[in-house]
Design a protein around this ligand. Structure first.
Ligand code: NAP
Length: 320
């Protein structure tokens, strides 16, 4: 990949895609195609085909396909599975058909078995049942991973898969209900602080542990593996901060300045008990994250404050 390469970031307006576009630019890669709002509807095969024929991307980052927290996974499993499957099939096939030089597909740590030994190693994929609360989404992401391997085996396509830790940062979906844990809590603590709410109730027991990676670091890792990794096996993108949900909530409350009480609603599901990625292979290649968790949270909250209107518009679009 050089500075004049034509690069397409699918999903370029969301958390990971926006961070990727920013990192690419910061590294001198300015020939980006299909930037928002010029993206095709990836669920529509002919729009994807026409887009690849017209724009001829040479490098593709697949950061598209809806995702969400436990509530979104329980409320919209069909949409999450269908849209992720459709988009992946269309983009991967078009990339092969148009001779893309390299494609990086982003799978998900949800695709590991619920009780995979920790930290989760790629060898554990498909060795046990998935977490039931996100099975449909996780299965679609697994299918995407196997699809990339299948194109590689049958056609020699230069497609790789990376499995990121839970990402957070600017451009995330900060809705209070359907979002991932960090943006959801940022929003709820912010609102609780603004209206003097004495208590914030958090889904689950607070004990599950998660590994978090700042979106800028994750984008950097994506760029790194695009340049330095070319294997059939997926590679974990981890090495970030591992914390319990309770400790995560306390850290967010401190950054937001919320001083009320935190309580835990144990009638709500916890999701997977532990989700840490084995980042040794990535570390051996020479990459580790660089942003301290607290700094990343502060930057995220700052972005949220400057973009509350964008989030309110997003909420309104969802409500229609
Ligand atoms: N966030 C994480 O922690 C995490 C962790 C591991 C893996 N991943 C994977 O990484 C990918 C990106 O995640 P994210 O959190 O940045 O994004 P996200 O909030 O899941 O949003 C997905 C992106 O896909 C786009 N998209 C949805 N339907 C589309 C369609 N029909 N045509 C074109 N684009 C469409 C969305 O565009 P609109 O906004 O216009 O709908 C958005 O840009 C996802 O596939 C997710 O599975 C995410």
């Amino acid at each position: 990949m050089n500075e004049t390469s034509r690069i397409y970031v699918a999903g370029g307006d969301a958390l990971i895609g926006a961070a990727l576009r920013e990192r690419l630019r910061a590294n001198g890669y300015t020939n980006l195609v299909g930037e928002p709002p010029g993206e095709p509807d990836l669920a529509c095969p002919w729009q994807v085909e026409d887009f690849f024929a017209a724009e001829r991307p040479e490098y593709v980052f697949v950061a598209a396909g809806p995702s969400g927290g436990i509530r979104a996974n329980q409320s919209y499993p069909a949409r999450l599975m269908r849209d992720n499957l459709l988009m992946t099939v269309h983009v991967v096939h078009a990339a092969h058909h148009h001779g893309v030089s390299k494609l990086l597909y982003l799978a998900s740590s949800c695709s590991y078995p619920r009780l995979a030994p920790q930290p989760m190693r790629v060898a554990s994929l498909m060795t046990g049942p998935l977490e039931p609360t996100n099975e449909a989404y996780a299965m679609a992401k697994l299918a995407g991973l196997v699809l990339c391997q299948a194109y590689r085996r049958q056609y020699g396509a230069p497609f790789i898969t990376a499995i990121p830790a839970n990402a957070f940062g600017p451009h995330d979906d900060f809705s209070a209900e359907d979002s991932h844990v960090i943006p959801g809590l940022v929003r709820r603590f912010h609102e609780a602080r603004c209206c003097g709410q004495a208590e914030v109730r958090i889904w689950g027991s607070g004990s599950p542990r998660r590994e978090f990676l700042y979106s800028r670091d994750l984008a950097d890792a994506c760029l790194f593996v695009m340049r330095n990794y070319d294997g059939d096996k997926p590679i974990n993108l981890g090495g970030g901060q591992e914390l319990s949900i309770a400790d995560t909530a306390s850290a967010i409350a401190a950054v937001v300045g919320y001083r009320g009480r935190l309580s835990f609603d144990t009638s709500r599901p916890d999701g997977m008990p532990l989700k840490g990625l084995d980042a040794q292979p990535l570390r051996k290649l020479g990459w580790t994250p660089s942003t301290p968790f607290r700094t990343a949270l502060a930057e995220t909250y700052d972005w949220f404050l400057r973009n509350i209107v964008t989030q309110e518009n997003r909420d309104a679009r969802k409500a229609v």
